[in-house]
Design a protein around this ligand. Structure first.
Ligand SMILES: O=C(O)c1cc(=O)[nH]c(=O)n1[C@@H]1O[C@H](COP(=O)(O)O)[C@@H](O)[C@H]1O
Length: 292
């Protein structure tokens, strides 16, 4: 899909309405390449990625290629990531490039140019960002995304157990709020501005283009951290479904009233059903049905 006039949040809401709340991560782990009968090199990576796009386009709301598994193959792997993004665009499925970038503002513009600028071969429809140099340092990426109808997902409450030691810490500079709550409030302010500018300040089903990453495995952490997920008014990318132990039930328990914002994500559990396209589609359909 060519980014442009329609905001990312609106395009994602349309994809969720059409196909359900599932995103499938394209995480070509070496073990998965082997179990699919493919070589652990750029040729195997290409075959794996294009098969996933072909099998799942049209039946999931988004695909999320994990940049790490392309970068480990060097420049040939990055070329495959570019080809995967282009194939998904041609197939009409949204892509979230999982690159988790974050740096000082001036360098952040470089990442924005790579992952969000119109015409960049590494630009999907959205990118994951890490806010631990300060949410404000992400401004060049967020500004670039919003200007061209792309989106971002900012890490807020991650699925890994180590995340809590940083994300639940209380800030000295933001009235004692948790780090996660500070991040969520910053995203909420940007979404309120975007939705108001789009003439849709009140509609509860609208989604802004600044999403948060909230793990499917975090239990009560959003409440403990004082994070108002409904108030964010942006999509909640929820990895951890499947291999990390998360499920539709755990997603519901984490988000409560914010269900309409959920985009649950699963990688290994779906990919492990391959290489047959039918088996991949069945695994994705089972995961999507549990989220209906
Ligand atoms: O940003 C992410 O997608 C992400 C954030 C997070 O908190 N936890 C998390 O697992 N992820 C990513 O989601 C994917 C999870 O893969 P599976 O555990 O195989 O479903 C990996 O690519 C992770 O890097």
């Amino acid at each position: 899909m060519s980014a442009g006039a329609r905001p990312f949040g609106e395009r994602l809401a349309g994809a969720i309405d059409a196909t359900g709340r599932l995103c499938v991560g394209i995480d070509p782990h070496p073990g998965l390449l082997t179990s699919w009968g493919l070589s652990d090199d750029a040729t195997g990576l290409r075959e794996f990625s294009l098969r996933v796009v072909e099998a799942l386009a049209g039946s999931v709301a988004a695909l999320k290629p994990q940049a790490a598994f392309y970068e480990r193959h060097g420049s040939a792997g990055i070329a495959v990531l570019e080809e995967t993004i282009a194939a998904a665009r041609s197939a009409g499925v949204l892509t979230i490039v999982d690159a988790k970038r974050g740096d000082i503002g001036s360098t952040m513009q470089g990442y924005a140019d790579a992952f969000l600028r119109e015409g960049s071969p590494l630009a999907g429809d959205a990118v994951t960002l890490s806010p631990y140099l300060g949410f404000g340092s992400l401004a060049p990426a967020i500004d670039t995304a919003l200007a061209v109808g792309r989106g971002v997902f900012v890490l807020c409450l991650t699925s890994n157990p180590e995340g809590a030691s940083v994300q639940l810490a209380r800030s000295d500079t933001d009235e004692g709020r948790s780090v996660a709550a500070t991040i969520a409030r910053a995203a909420a302010a940007l979404n309120a501005e975007e939705l108001a500018a789009g003439g849709d300040p009140g509609a509860s089903r609208s989604l802004g283009s600044v999403g948060l990453v909230v793990g499917a495995t975090i239990g009560e952490a959003a409440r403990a951290a004082g994070v108002d997920l409904v108030g964010v008014r942006g999509p909640l990318l929820m990895p951890g479904v499947g291999a990390q132990g998360g499920s539709a039930q755990s997603v519901r328990a984490v988000v409560g009233e914010a269900w309409q914002q959920v985009l649950a994500s699963s990688s290994r559990e779906v990919l492990g059903a391959g290489p047959s396209a039918d088996d991949l589609r069945s695994a994705a359909a089972r995961a999507a049905a549990s989220l209906a």
